[in-house]
Write a protein that binds this ligand. Sequence first.
Ligand code: SAM
Length: 288
Amino acid sequence: MITPFKITSAANPMVKALKALHTKKGRAESGLFLAEGARLAAEAAELGVWPQVMALSAAALERPQVARLAEGAAHAGARVLEMNEALLAAIAKRDNPQTVIGAYPQRLVELETLGARTTASASGAAGMDEVVHAPLFVALDGVRDPGNLGTILRTADSVGADGVILVGQTCDPFSVEAVRATMGSIFALPVARADFAAFDAWRRARGLLLVGASLKGAHPHDAFPADAPLAIFMGNEQSGLSAEMEAACDALVRIPMKGRADSLNLAIATGVMLYDAWRRRGYAGARE
Ligand code: SAM
């Protein structure tokens, strides 16, 4: 049983440091990001990821699962801080905050290290019966909205994609809003950053078919072989893919539209592209 350090004042430097993780500057200076909730902390722990700081309420600590998490975090070197709900609300900047909040190290991977993730098969326990699949990556050009980015990370994780590449200037995947929208997938899915030239060279070297989703696509959204090694390329919310990017694609495809809307929301369009490709792969590796 650990004895957490008790904090009672909003003026405590640890509270200030955790609050600062809402800002780009605070995250850049510390290299940390906030993840809220015991469920996220448990998912991270399962992947062997521990926070540097874990803030929790006394009531949360009474739950055996949270006590085990706090124990594990302390064992991994985290500072475990007990505070009341008002201080947790100040850190989360919302009423009714989660009663466990962690500050985790930001982790982006190098493009070169991206490879196939192994997935347990529907029948097997984790680590058994690994499903072999053609690689499936998602590349996002200049995504601006953190809610879209987080939702896309969650969706890419849901279809077992092997990673997400953030191309060009994008919003921060470690902002509080993006992390909330990932619902924990931020810990599971490798994310890399690259400029377009480096990304295009990498995907050519890996033999990935580059499939651009665009309103200018001349072909339907399923007009490419789903079983090929794939990089699905999605455009920016305002301007879509640039002409140079579209020209580099092996296939430029359009999701059919019928009503008055001229385009789909970026995260929805990514979901359509990914789920259709996975459907055509027979939902390989889907859990029961
Ligand atoms: N005005 C932008 C344009 O002209 O491309 C709209 C961008 S849309 C909101 C954001 C991204 O979602 C697009 O770049 C594309 O990748 C994808 N997208 C949205 N609707 C789509 C559709 N019907 N077909 C293919 N891609 C679509």
